[in-house]
Design a protein. Structure first.
Lengths: 480, 89
């Protein structure tokens, strides 16, 4: 994109809440069940049935409202939004129109080194629609209504985002907060978080917004980025050719990398909202609203900034650590114990520990690892008892079972050998086997030193102190 | 208030013959005129009614209806699903 235009972006994020039951009936709210196995007369819209609003939907939505600094409307109601499409059994969706549960909030996001505040217009509660299955081999459509009535919150941002990078960072922060609060599984790949993106362009310096296009079906962090880049370029070409942007809804096709016109403003839906007569006004008390606010933990952006300022972690490391609440909580517990550098603890958590957890597809709580044991292990490295290499073996043990790192060192004979007299045989053997490397070193290619020390580490089964070995190798070569 | 019967019929997926449009427009206009008075009568525009509120439901699972029962009313079903005419938005 050229520098002539500014991109203006607003996001509508739909997140499924992880309640036990659906929003208006007691059917289980679960992903991946057999088709139409989680349905009842209420979510199937049988005549004579009445919806009853799930208390947990309201509470989880209010928590998210607090996390995004919203004003909470404790007295509110629900409205019907009408459209004809077979994914809705009632031919309307129960949503909220003029009195959303939460409104007027803001979210701080980190984009590179910049802290940006994005306005949150509103968060309202509504029901999800069923799933339509279009099978190429059939000339009709199959409907699975398990998802019909699954609770959603829709989080609408102000048009405050100015680049694809910012939009991606915003969406990542929203999903991280959903996980922090424990209100949604926030799995984009399972469709529990979905995103509509509004994009418009305006000449740099202009006050008025340009005409916007809405893109639907943007369902991964990468897709948000790609869809915005594509749409901004498409609109720029139209404007540069002297054309005008039509307000329209487009479908993002991520595999093809293009957006396709769904409907223009003339065909836009007229949703004919009105208050749902099946549901009355509901009130959440000020005390309950305050109690829910007290449950909101420190949020990822604040945590990242704290790690940078208090522990001098790099911005990238701090962000990575804050991304996973359980791991960040673990880090905080380790630091509280004290006695070792927070930076070293962070390196282990976002490095080797994250790798082990990802390989096993488990979380830190599923392991035997305790903050005491990790701190104990890092202390053993710092005081020279074990090398970093040996520590990896210790880590594998203390993740598996509740055992002191010192015990692992003793049982496995992992203690580092710092005494040069005990390492002389190792150095002699390695030097004798690597005459060419020695010649290279003498001719000025000093980077072979790393190779020689590595050979010594291997020969000592990871027990030699690498610094001691380095000194011994250079000393020995010079004497040759 | 001018009523666009064609637009409303399109939203409601109704087919209305041209000769009926005039009559429909007249009837709908008088209905809308009546309904438009309602907000004045309740004294509120957002229709919240704090004196008549509902209790919320506890989040506890009740077994769903067996699939074969749910599908009993379906005019057409296959592979455990309701079948509708091909719809691709």
């Amino acid at each position: 994109m050229s520098n002539k235009y500014e991109v203006v972006i607003g996001l509508e994020v739909h997140a499924e809440l992880n309640t036990k039951t659906k929003i208006f009936c007691s059917c289980e709210n679960r992903f991946g069940a057999g088709v139409n196995s989680l349905c009842c007369p209420v979510c199937m819209a049988m005549p004579g049935t009445l919806p009853t609003l799930n208390e947990q939907v309201v509470e989880k939505a209010i928590k998210m409202g607090h996390a995004l600094g919203c004003k909470i409307n404790g007295t509110t109601k629900q409205d019907r939004k009408h459209y004809f499409y077979p994914d809705l059994t009632k031919a309307y969706q129960i949503s909220q129109f003029d009195v959303p549960l939460c409104e007027d909030g803001h979210l701080d996001i980190l984009v590179g080194d910049e802290l940006r505040t994005i306005g949150i217009t509103r968060i309202h509660i509504e029901e999800d629609a069923g799933k339509l299955i279009h099978d190429d081999g059939r000339d009709d459509t199959l409907c699975d209504y398990n998802r019909c009535g699954v609770p959603l919150i829709e989080i609408v941002s102000e048009p405050d985002l100015r680049s694809a990078e910012e939009a991606k960072a915003y969406l990542e922060t929203i999903t991280t907060i959903l996980l922090y609060l424990g209100v949604s599984d926030a799995k984009m790949q399972e469709g529990s978080v979905r995103c509509d993106v509004n994009v418009s362009l305006r000449p740099v310096g202009a006050k008025e917004f340009g005409t916007r296009c809405e893109m639907k079906n943007v369902n991964s962090f990468g897709a948000v980025y790609r869809a915005i880049c594509y749409e901004a370029e498409r609109q720029e070409k139209v404007l540069d050719a002297g054309g005008v942007i039509n307000q329209e809804t487009r479908r993002w096709d991520d595999p093809k990398g293009e957006s396709i016109l769904m409907r223009s403003k003339e065909d836009a839906q007229d949703y004919r909202y009105f208050p749902d007569p099946d549901l009355l006004t509901f009130i959440v008390s000020d005390e309950r609203i305050a109690a829910l606010k007290a449950m909101v933990p420190e949020l990822p952006t604040a945590r990242t900034l704290r790690y940078v300022s208090d522990y001098q972690l790099s911005r990238d490391d701090a962000s990575l650590l804050s991304l996973n609440k359980a791991r960040a909580d673990f880090f905080d517990s380790c630091v509280e114990l004290g006695g070792c550098e927070p930076k070293l603890i962070s390196n282990w958590i976002i490095g080797d520990i994250a790798k082990l957890l990802n390989e096993r597809r488990i979380e830190i709580a599923d392991t035997a690892l305790t903050p005491e044991h990790l701190v104990g292990m890092v202390k053993l490295i710092s005081n020279g008892t074990i090398s970093n290499t040996a520590a990896k073996t210790v880590l594998e043990e203390i993740i598996e079972k509740d055992i002191e790192p010192e015990t692992v060192v003793k049982e496995k004979g992992l203690a580092q050998i710092n005494d040069s007299s005990a390492l002389e045989a190792v150095v002699d053997k390695v030097l004798a086997a690597n005459e060419k490397a020695i010649a290279d070193y003498k001719s000025g290619k000093t980077n072979v030193l790393g190779f020689l020390v590595g050979q010594c580490m291997r020969e000592s089964k990871g027990q030699g102190n690498p610094n001691t070995l380095r000194d011994m190798v250079t000393g020995a070569i010079e004497k040759l | 208030m001018k009523i666009d019967v064609r637009h409303i019929a399109k939203l409601a997926k109704l087919r209305i013959p041209d000769e009926k449009l005039g009559q429909m427009e007249k009837e709908l206009s008088s209905i809308v005129a009546m309904v438009e008075k309602l907000p004045e009568l309740t004294g509120s525009t957002n229709l919240l009614d704090p004196n008549n509120t509902m209790e919320l439901r506890k989040d506890e699972i009740v077994p769903s209806m067996p699939r074969e029962d749910i599908l009993k009313n379906a005019p057409k079903a296959a592979a455990g699903c309701f079948i509708v005419p091909k719809t691709v938005e």
